[in-house]
Write a protein that binds this ligand. Structure first.
Ligand code: B3K
Ligand code: ZN
Length: 891
């Protein structure tokens, strides 16, 4: 018999409260084990959760148990099999409080809930996607399934029994190992999963559905056999073969590089079409957005292949960095995310090309993290406070977090870094750790003091590193003066000097690093200068000629660099720096400056021009056979329009940037036309498609060349013929991009867009590309197209991939139409975000971050964006997620 439980309607409490790191306290109760039963029915899911709990020593017997709950209500609550008295329970909007619990010893708390997964449009907790039951619990989704101590420092073992209809739900999965299956009669069956590794609730997962399976095996280095499974929607399992290959390569790599072995009998991945992010590392049961699993050459680009490889590796690597060792609280999120991004970047560097991967990572960091760190959404890698944790899965936490791990490696050297990682795994396995725990392992393993380095975790903003040189030719002596400044930003965190590892080389005229003596000043370890103070200098002697300074090699610290290199120095480095990353950066810096200058000319009504020596440097990098094609493609890819906007910094006019960039593409294309055409012919090798890095590099180079050629000739024909003759998605999509972006509305562009839709209309992942390519067209009319597409029969606001393809691409990727001078782009996005917010607040909040750079634009656009944001802020019904982003964007 269910007794009446008091439900107290209350104002939202914790939802809109600021959570602060200094208020962290361990829970008064410990959880020992969790036993769950899920009964899946078409119209509801019944959940019974039994938790074994114990009051911690020293906790007062009067202290109640507070459990989190979100959009659920309890059907039954029992302690040690006895229903609780109603006066001992209080239920409110954010959870429940239980009083009069046993003072000593363990007790069993049973709570029953009933869920409606089909109605769960937030895609957090248990929901259904295309008829498949699946879960997403990070960060706070488990509380949407049952009342629980839903926080990462509460670790428990889980036993999960799932019951469902045998025919329509043949696949029943959860974390850990499968220990029992059986028949229940009446067409129903069950499965029991046991996860022996204590884990926090955010790593809980359950899947039920009718799915196809791709299966394989893996033997670990110590000889354990693991069954690998990738489950997909019916008929799509063939598309998972590359993902399976990437998984096995990841497993081998983690054994070799970090000595980390897999620990369960099975490792399952389920690919789902409705998913809020890329993927989720649930213990033994990763759940993926199917965009990061399904591939074939006809429908996936090379960057899709690379994306699958990265995400598969990333989630797998979390098994140690995140799952075996988790985070004490969500402030420590970078402990698992930054570290795991670092690990996946290293994996890609080893599997593909290290310099090309480093260039791509730094491009990504500058495109996403720098604007975040330099605007109103700024926060340190380890935030000190948050209102909605979902909004802190940011580029700062992930990508800058990875840079901090990389800096530890640069400071310590590879040997001591590995020793520190080994110590971390050994000491904290099975624990919920902090950044302090992590850093301490490296200090102990190396004997170095990292206290000044650790400031990086707590200080928001991008430091500016200034380097100037003084060369005394007669003494053969070079003095470098280095200084660091961190401006106070919106986060208001400290701005103290940090320990910055600066990798460098002194390049001689023969293209080799010169050997010099360190005379004194800042400490230098091999090729790394350790800058610890606000300003330091270092002197090198024994130099027979003036070297060309190659500083901040491999982007050894995430800073804005100001140096005193001349354009001639940069051209020298672009030609012969032995450090490939800096060779790229030298050219990229020249191009950045040229684009800023060309934009200023456009605004003054002048002709934008490029120094012919720079154009020649680009042409000769394209044709330099000594460099691999992927690297050449990077050398040739101009900074993006938003890169240029960031370099300009304020009073930005996106239309002027676009015109300047097109003019420069045209000039380089014109100068290199013959060489580019000849090279394009050489690159167009026939043969079966292969997604390997070398082949992908050749396609990337050929497609950059096509962009230059079409800019220079003004002729859509080469792109149109590449489009129609394409045998893979990389070439087809590159051609379609050029047609629709450079020749919008032309018969060639319209024909290609129609053909693309007809060909691929049944493939949702390709249709996302069709939406995205139109949403990013650099013309003001793109807004009308996007508005029309938002009523297209294939547009679904409730599907995150589709919403991101149209609205996310438009807001974050269309500098011109989103930032239209009349403000119509801002207003349209604000309206759409408001509608989306009712369905899925995580996605609406994420898309809203596109407003973060609004203060950089010229007065009129700035005013329009401000108005749109204020209007959104004035709505009374925003979710906590969206409210948080809008409020912070306005601060
Ligand atoms: N850990 C998840 C992200 C969860 C996001 C929750 N809003 C995927 C990843 O980083 O691997
Ligand atoms: Zn991650």
């Amino acid at each position: 018999m269910t007794r009446k439980i008091r439900i107290i309607p209350m104002q939202r409490t914790d939802n809109n409260q600021t959570i602060r790191i200094e208020n962290y306290r361990p829970t008064p109760f410990e959880v020992r084990g969790v036993d769950m039963v899920f009964r899946l029915f078409p119209d509801r899911t019944e959940v019974e959760t039994t938790t074994e709990l114990e009051r911690r020593a020293g906790i007062d017997a009067a202290e109640p148990l507070r459990l989190s709950g979100d959009e659920i209500s309890p059907k039954r609550i029992a302690v040690n099999e006895t229903e609780v008295a109603s006066h001992t329970v209080t239920v409110d909007e954010n959870g429940l409080t239980l009083r009069d619990l046993p003072a000593n010893g363990t007790f069993r708390l049973r709570i029953d809930t009933v869920l409606d997964p089909a109605a769960n449009s937030k895609l957090m907790g248990l929901y259904s996607s295309n008829g498949v039951w699946c879960t997403q619990c990070e960060a706070e989704g488990f509380r949407r399934i049952t009342y629980f101590l839903d926080r990462p420092d509460v670790l428990a073992t889980y036993r999960v029994r799932i019951e469902a209809d045998k025919q329509s739900v043949p696949v029943l999965l959860s974390n850990g190992n499968l220990t029992e299956t059986g028949d229940l009669g009446e067409g129903r069956h069950y499965a029991v999963w046991d996860d022996p590794f204590p884990k926090p609730s955010y790593l809980f997962a359950l899947v039920g559905g009718d799915l196809d399976l791709l299966q394989d095996r893996f033997r670990t280095q110590s000889g354990r056999d693991v069954t690998l499974g990738i489950y997909t929607e019916k008929g799509r399992a063939n598309g998972a073969t590359y993902a399976m290959d990437a998984l096995k390569r990841s497993m081998i790599w983690d054994e070799r590089r970090f000595g980390r072995e897999y620990d369960l009998d099975v490792f399952n991945i389920v690919a789902i079409s409705d998913f809020n992010m890329g993927a989720m590392e649930n213990k033994g049961l990763n759940i993926f957005n199917h965009k990061y699993v399904l591939l074939d050459p006809e429908t996936a680009t090379d960057s899709d292949y690379a994306g699958v490889e990265t995400v598969i590796a990333h989630e797998y690597f979390h098994n140690w960095t995140g799952n075996r060792i988790t985070c004490r609280d969500w402030f420590q999120l970078c402990l698992k995310e930054g570290l795991t991004v670092f690990r996946d970047q290293e994996f890609t560097a080893d599997e593909r090309s290290a310099p090309v991967k480093r260039i791509a990572s730094v491009r990504g960091l500058k495109a996403h993290q720098f604007p975040e760190d330099q605007g109103p959404l700024q926060h340190p890698v380890r935030p000190r406070e948050y209102r909605e944790i979902s909004n802190f899965y940011t580029s700062t936490v992930y990508d800058k977090g990875a840079e901090l791990v990389r800096m530890i490696e640069t400071i310590l050297g590879k040997g001591d870094f590995r020793a520190g990682m080994d110590l971390y795994f050994e000491r904290h396995d099975g624990e919920a750790a902090t950044i302090e725990d992590f850093v301490r392992c490296f200090e102990e393993a190396s004997g170095r003091d990292l206290s000044r380095f650790a400031r990086w975790y707590n200080q928001a903003g991008t430091p500016v590193l200034t380097v100037t040189q003084d060369f005394d030719a007669s003494a053969g002596r070079l003095t470098l003066r280095l200084s660091q400044v961190l401006a106070q930003g919106s986060a208001g965190t400290p701005t103290e000097p940090v320990h910055m590892p600066i990798r460098f080389g002194l390049v001689g005229s023969n293209g080799q690093d010169m050997i010099a003596r360190v005379e004194g000043g800042a400490s230098v370890d091999g090729d790394v200068i350790h800058l610890r103070e606000a300003a330091e200098s270092v002197t090198f002697s024994g130099l027979s000629e003036r070297p060309t300074l190659s500083i901040l090699r491999d982007f050894s610290a995430p800073v804005t660099l100001k140096d005193d290199l001349t354009p001639a120095d940069r051209l020298t480095l672009a030609r012969l720096d032995p450090n490939e990353f800096n060779r790229w950066r030298a050219l990229s810096d020249i191009l950045g400056e040229a684009l800023v200058d060309a934009t200023a000319r456009v605004r003054r009504g002048e002709e934008p021009t490029l120094d012919p020596a720079v154009a020649d440097a680009l042409v000769s990098s394209a044709t330099n056979e000594a460099l691999d094609a992927a690297f050449r493609a990077q050398m040739l890819s101009l900074p993006s329009e938003s890169d240029v906007a960031r370099l300009i910094g304020m009073d930005v006019d996106p239309l002027a940037i676009h015109r300047a960039r097109e003019a420069i593409l045209m000039q380089v294309g014109g100068r290199g036309m013959r060489a580019f055409e000849a090279l394009a012919r050489d690159l167009a090798g026939e043969g079966p498609f292969s997604p390997d890095a070398a082949s992908a590099g050749r396609r990337a180079l050929a497609n950059v060349l096509l962009d230059y050629r079409s800019a220079a000739s003004g002729d859509p024909e080469p792109a149109a013929s590449q489009y129609s003759g394409a045998t893979n998605m990389t070439d087809r999509l590159a051609a379609l991009g050029i047609l629709t972006h450079r020749f919008p509305g032309s018969p060639a562009a319209e024909a290609a867009l129609d053909d693309f839709h007809t060909r691929f209309q049944a493939n949702d992942l390709v249709i996302d590309k069709w939406f995205a390519i139109q949403a990013t067209s650099p013309s003001e009319d793109a807004l009308e197209t996007v508005r029309a597409l938002s009523t297209h029969p294939q547009f679904r606001l409730s599907n995150p991939n589709r919403a991101r393809a149209l609205l996310g691409s438009f807001a974050a990727g269309n500098q011109i139409a989103f930032n239209r001078a009349d403000g119509a782009g801002y207003r349209f996005v604000a309206e759409m975000i408001h509608s989306l917010d009712r369905l899925n607040p995580q996605i609406s909040a994420r898309i809203a971050t596109a407003f973060r750079s609004w203060r950089c634009f010229e007065t009129n656009r700035r005013g329009q964006a401000h108005e749109a944001l204020e209007e959104l802020a004035a709505k009374g019904d925003l979710s906590a997620d969206l409210r948080d982003i809008v409020d912070r964007s306005l601060r």
